[in-house]
Design a binder for this molecule. Structure first.
Ligand code: NAD
Length: 395
């Protein structure tokens, strides 16, 4: 099959196996070039391991610390006629490359919110891995089924308190128009917190601790984005921001529950990057186009893997971590510098459909978006006939 991107709005419905494998290799090469990470964990569970920040976490642990990794994801396998999802190809590539270096790795594909996946994970850990010293919680999902009640919750991206109108770029038509969002109802806020808040993170740690598969001194991290003025109305101060505040509550509760093990939980604040989840957030593509322009010019541009390397070396595994007043690791400081935000805001005010490609780096955004699905990657022959089927070790 000759595989060309099929983009519909903010998603691409197919993926290229060789392109995805090349992206994984690029991240592995980056981490290896940095050299071993002192004090880093040896047995790592990554919940949400197949794309974006979770994949970068797994690569950093495996190739920066030689860690055994068990990963969980929710990805679509290929058929003879359809490609797999990008996360599926990323994961098979990761597993092939990690196994080739003698690193133990295994991946479970299924709903991480369910009790069944928690039980399955614990059984695998007991059978195959020493006790876990790092649990990365990196799920991003629009829905969650409560494992106890069976109720299905959906998250929404809406402002809180008052409606909000912003300039939005339609990534298909490249038209910029004002879009308005009504404020969320209390019910919508509560549902978003159920999906993207800390409840499931707590359930995971309770289950893992109860099964005695966490080591003494075990760390756990969950990821958040805080952002600044431009993104606050739809992110930081909006429904998703409320869910992320709940992570702060959960991190305190988890730290208390891990005290006996001398373990701790921290929320980690990461910068805005292009991922399948962030590209679905209104205004984000335009914000990212402006941000890329400014940060590339400043020489401070970073992608997931740069952020994860810094989270390990400047947050998790150093004696002098950059923590804020809420005990969160901070690696978003370059994006949030006042000078950087002022330049992004200036571009935000000036950008039009006519000057989009001149004054912002929207071209860079588009390239990064396609790359998530393995397209536009150097060295891959996109005219060649590839089978969508890949060998897999998924359980
Ligand atoms: P992503 O969409 O790239 O990754 C989501 C991961 O979750 C994938 O591995 C996917 O398979 C997995 N997943 C989703 N639903 C699942 C389920 N039910 N069961 C098992 N696995 C499931 O997203 P991302 O942008 O890397 O986000 C990861 C975390 O980082 C989120 O908490 C997000 O809020 C946070 N974050 C993202 C950004 C950003 O700009 N993208 C910035 C800061 C923080």
């Amino acid at each position: 099959m000759i595989i060309k991107p099929k983009v519909r709005g903010f998603i691409c419905t197919n993926a290229h196996p060789q392109g995805c494998a090349a992206n994984v290799q690029e991240q592995i090469d980056f981490i290896k070039a940095k050299g071993p990470i002192a004090g880093a964990p040896k047995n790592v569970l990554v919940i949400g391991c197949s794309t974006g920040y979770g994949l970068a976490s797994r690569i950093t642990a495996a190739f920066g610390a030689g860690a055994n990794t068990l990963g969980l994801c929710f990805e679509k396998p290929p058929t003879e006629k359809r490609t797999a999802s990008a996360g599926y190809y990323n994961t098979t590539a990761f597993m092939e490359k990690a196994s080739a270096e003698g690193l133990y790795c295994e991946t479970l594909n299924g709903d991480a919110f369910s009790d069944e996946m928690k039980d399955k994970t614990i059984a695998r850990l007991k059978e195959k891995m020493p006790k876990v010293d790092l649990v990365v919680y990196s799920l991003a999902s629009p829905r969650r089924q409560d494992p106890k009640s069976g109720e299905l919750y959906s998250s929404v991206l809406k402002p809180i308190g008052k409606s909000y109108t912003a300039r939005n770029l339609n990534t298909d038509t490249l038209k910029i128009a004002d879009v308005s969002f009504d404020p969320a109802t209390e019910e919508e806020i509560a549902q978003t917190v159920k999906v993207m808040g800390g409840e499931d993170w707590e359930m995971w740690i309770d289950a893992l601790k109860g099964a005695d598969v966490l080591s003494e001194g075990c760390n756990t991290v969950a990821y958040t984005y805080l952002g600044e003025k431009i993104t606050w109305p739809i992110y930081g101060h909006a429904t998703i921001g409320k869910a992320k505040e709940d992570l702060d509550r959960a991190s305190k509760a988890i730290s208390e529950s891990l005290a006996g093990l001398k373990g701790q939980a921290n929320v980690s604040v990461l910068k805005a990057v292009v991922t399948q989840s962030s590209s679905a957030i209104p205004i984000m593509p335009l914000y990212l186009g402006c941000m890329f322009k400014v940060m590339k010019e400043e020489g401070t541009h970073e992608d997931c893997i740069d952020q994860l390397y810094r989270l390990f070396t400047e947050g998790l595994y150093t004696d002098t971590p950059r923590l804020d007043a809420d005990n969160r690791f901070r690696v978003d400081e370059l994006e949030l510098r006042a000078e950087t935000q002022a330049k992004i805001e200036a571009l935000w005010g000036e950008v039009t459909e006519e000057n989009l490609f001149d004054i912002t780096d929207f071209k860079g955004y588009q390239a990064n978006f396609l790359k998530l699905f393995g397209f536009g990657v150097d060295g891959v022959d996109y005219e060649a006939d590839f089978s969508p089927i890949v060998d897999t070790e998924f359980l």
